[in-house]
Design a protein around this ligand. Structure first.
Ligand SMILES: [Zn+2]
Length: 125
């Protein structure tokens, strides 16, 4: 995965929190409201919500060896020039239009996704 749901306060990972409540008939259920919890115990964020942030694993190799690094938001946006959220929207639109084209015509769209983030789109008649 090339992105994660980060805390709007401290950028640590956030997870969905499920809250249960007791019903009148004695059973319990999970509330429908979506609550999020920051994984950072020192985070003082109130009303935490998730923001999609880059977390791109990069393998760097030279003649002496290979090292795996991680590009986070600040570094990744320098060359991607879009936010993770914007890229996710583009990806969703591409997948949607891909499905439409398959249904409506004989246009072929090839989506090539390499390891984590980069994709090329080639449209051929
Ligand atoms: Zn936090």
């Amino acid at each position: 995965m090339w992105y994660y749901d980060g805390c709007n306060y401290c950028k640590s990972k956030v997870e969905k929190k499920f809250e249960t409540y007791d019903k009148d008939d004695g059973t319990s259920d999970v509330r429908d409201t979506q609550l999020y919890q920051c994984s950072n115990k020192d985070c003082n964020g109130k009303e935490v919500f998730p923001m999609s942030r880059f977390k791109i694993p990069v393998r760097v190799q030279d003649s002496t060896g290979t090292v795996t690094l991680t590009l986070f938001d600040h570094e990744a946006m320098k060359f991607v020039r879009k936010t993770a959220k914007e890229l996710i929207q583009i990806q969703d639109e591409v997948m949607f239009s891909y499905t439409l084209h398959l249904l409506k015509s004989h246009v072929f769209i090839f989506i090539v996704m390499t390891h984590y983030i980069f994709f090329n789109i080639v449209i051929a008649n």
